[in-house]
Write a protein that binds this ligand. Structure first.
Ligand code: NAD
Length: 483
């Protein structure tokens, strides 16, 4: 008699979230109507409309920047660091208290599995606020002078893949250093930023210290172009990052840019293979591959390639794709129809260029945006799937024979955000990590995030660092504070 290994549905209840029919902009401590035409945000898993969201035009952005400037001059930059810290600690604690609500809302709006938003995103968000709260009264000991000063008003623009986590990476260090902010979330995932605005109210944060303007690219452009912004902090695509760099050239605005990636995950023949398989799966299928530092290029030593690929395919066959709110789901929905179209297009190009495509048997839901976990073998460095960021659950496999060939292939990309090395040999880890042109190199693990650790890119992956002591430099008047 066979054993039934199917999982019963285990959906997380969404009743903890109090979804409103419509949301305004958060300016000067209050929710206000926007002047734009408004837009809908949907669940990518079901295409159900979740809420109507206000769209900020240039006048709304101006009101938000003015509120941030007032709060900066009158309150926040004058407040002792020990007092700013209290607000940040309070926000961190409320995030923990409301963690389940935030996780469910993030999963509804983004499509990521609840076990990821619950166990990774939201705990790391809270950790980020706790960590930077700790710095607020110790800035004179951070290595940036005895009394480092804030920059002023920061305009911050974030993408949709880790909506609340990217918000935390931007807002926590900015506020700790004494800046005030105007933040624009991505147009497909505005809801947790708006819930964060409610948390700012709950924490009694002085009005204007945090302002949230929702909208799409035009709202972002208006924020970047605003003459009273001292700093632009952007996370998103390399194309938009370049446009922003061009538009602020010649101004005295500072900028940090966290852009795309095409990371190599390098597996040597002495690596613990089952552990490596887990790391490869986590590297590319975590968050449906919508991860800037995803290990999207697997470089495997030729002598173990067949064995590793067999184990990887077996493991991929056990991944469960479906309802993101189900606690057993490994792979959720693709965030938008546009992103799904891009993943499909690049995958078709991969096939037409001669790579071999494989996915496990996998039933896709009929509603919503879905793409199965996918593997391409026979990939060469010239293939577009080896060069361009797919930003989806698609892994390109290449092989190598020697460590120097692995390093050369890994660095053969315009990007340089992250990389992974799998080997039992400590000396090889140090040698390879030192030779890789990547901001983060993980050894025998992948996609690990910690607020104490700086994160950022080389080459077209951007400039500036977020996280750690280094992340403070992006928000202080120092030569190291970005460009
Ligand atoms: P995107 O560049 O299209 O959008 C990012 C944000 O910029 C959104 O809020 C968008 O509304 C806004 N925007 C769009 N056009 C703009 C303009 N002209 N001026 C100002 N703002 C504008 O990127 P995306 O598709 O939302 O996100 C995916 C990209 O983000 C990927 O390339 C990924 O690698 C990158 N990313 C990087 C990091 C990192 O830390 N390096 C982290 C997450 C995502």
């Amino acid at each position: 008699m066979g054993i039934d290994l199917t999982y019963a549905p285990a959906p997380e209840s969404r009743s903890i979230v109090d979804l409103k029919a419509s949301y305004g902009l958060f300016i000067d401590g209050a929710f206000v109507d926007g002047h734009g035409s408004g837009f809908k945000t949907i669940s990518p898993a079901t295409e159900e409309v979740l809420a109507e969201v206000a769209e900020a035009d240039a006048a709304d952005v101006d009101a938000a920047v003015k509120a941030a400037r007032r709060a900066y001059s009158r309150v926040w930059s004058r407040m002792p660091g020990s007092e700013r810290a209290k607000y940040l600690y309070r926000i961190a604690r409320i995030i923990q208290e409301r963690g389940r609500e935030l996780a469910v809302l993030e999963t509804l709006d983004n499509g990521k599995p609840i076990k990821e938003s619950r166990d990774v995103d939201i705990p790391v968000v809270a950790a980020h606020f706790f960590y930077y709260a700790g710095w607020a009264d110790k800035l004179g000991h951070a290595g940036y002078g005895e009394d480092p000063q804030p920059l002023g008003v920061a305009g911050q623009i974030i993408p949709w893949n880790f909506p609340l986590l990217m918000l935390a990476w931007k807002i926590a260090p900015a506020l700790a250093c004494g800046n005030t902010v105007v933040l624009k979330p991505a147009e497909t995932t505005p809801l947790t930023a708006l819930l964060f605005a409610e948390i700012c109210q709950q924490a009694d944060l002085p009005p204007g210290v945090v302002n949230i303007v929702t909208g799409a690219g035009e709202t972002g452009e208006a924020l970047v172009a605003h003459p009273d912004i001292d700093k632009v902090a952007f996370t998103g695509s390399t194309a938009v990052g370049k446009a922003i760099a061009r538009s602020i050239a010649g101004t005295d605005k500072k900028a940090t840019l966290e852009l795309g990636g095409k990371a190599a995950n390098i597996v040597f023949d002495d690596a613990p293979l089952d552990q490596a398989v887990e790391g490869i799966v986590n590297g590319i299928f975590f968050n449906q591959g919508h991860v800037c530092c995803a290990g999207s290029r697997l470089l495997v030593q030729e002598s173990i390639a067949d064995d590793l690929l067999e184990r990887l395919k077996r493991r991929m066959s056990t991944l469960r794709l479906g309802d993101p709110l189900d606690k057993n789901t490994d792979i959720g929905a693709i965030n938008s129809a546009e992103q799904l179209a891009r993943i499909r297009e690049l995958s078709e190009i991969g096939e037409s260029e001669g790579a071999e495509r494989w996915s496990p048997a996998c039933e896709l839901p009929s509603q919503g945006f879905w793409f199965p976990p996918t593997l391409f073998t026979g990939v060469t460095q010239a293939h577009r799937i080896a060069r361009e960021e797919v930003f989806g659950p698609v892994l390109s496999v290449l092989t190598f024979r020697t460590p120097s060939e692995a390093i050369e292939k890994a660095n053969n990309t315009p990007y340089g955000l992250s990389a992974g090395v799998w080997t039992e040999k400590g000396s090889r880890i140090l040698h390879v990590a030192g030779a890789l042109k990547a901001g983060v190199v993980w050894a025998n693990t992948f996609n690990k995030f910690d607020p104490t650790s700086p994160f950022g890119g080389f080459k077209e992956s951007g400039y500036g660092r977020e996280g750690g002591r280094q992340g403070l430099a992006a928000y202080l008047k120092t030569e190291q504070g970005g460009r």
